[in-house]
Write a protein that binds this ligand. Sequence first.
Ligand code: GUN
Length: 302
Amino acid sequence: MAAKLIKGTEIREVILEEITQEVKQIKEKHGMVPGLVTILVGENPASISYVTLKIQTAHRVGFKEVQDSQPVDISEKDLLALIDKYNKDDSIHGILVQLPLPKHIDEKKVLNAIDPDKDVDGFHPVNVGRLMIGGSEVKFPPCTPAGIQELIVRSGVETSGAEVVVVGRSNIVGKPIANMMLQKGPGANSTVTVVHTRTKDMAFHCKRADILIVAAGVPDLVKPEWIKPGACVIDVGVNRVGEKVSEKTGKKVAILKGDVDFEAAKEIAGYITPVPGGVGPMTITMLMRNTLRSLKFKLGLM
Ligand code: GUN
């Protein structure tokens, strides 16, 4: 294997430890800890498992954690009232409404009701705008793109002047990471190209990439011949391609595949993220960092 493996599972541990230490120091000095509420509507099994992991991680780093589970038939009005309650609660610094929401609720309306200064997902239009402006305007970079940037920086990959090619133009990964990488500042200063389903020659662009970020949701979309030798390849894809029985638990688990043909790509790339264990573990880690940032903004520490 030529490529150095970028292990999100290891980088997560380092960052969570940094957050834990910072929470301890703030608690000693200011008598406050970050407060995070996770609002879960209904009983979608995938959402329950995400939320459980978020709660466990919040406890681990020393946050106050409020889990607010609501029935699947909660009205939009009641959900908006609940958000308003947490917007006004001084002990809560981050509000997360787990998506997707049931069909009778307007997701956009709900996300827009969250106080932008507690929007630790970074999905509110105000925070999307702040991200676009960049620099000190940025409050809450969205979690998956923030995790990608951390993986690149902490692996020692040079971003300044690098050709970054982003595959995919979603609002939660493609567009924000493209925007973040072209900003002025450390971990950015890149020349960015975004390719998507209407791009005429995706391979042509990918072959130029010093850093290739793939968030398309198509298993094995990126072929090894699309990768420039020595490039840094970040695979954001999490595609369920089947099921297997876990050796550890004896239970059925999903077989996951990324958007990049990993086995072939790792012989060409200089750095590569595995799936699972690459980008995935970083998303919740960045949610914790954003919640800590929220308290720090409030205390005037940022
Ligand atoms: N559902 C799946 N991923 C996410 C996420 O990052 N944030 C929220 N709020 N819901 C999600």
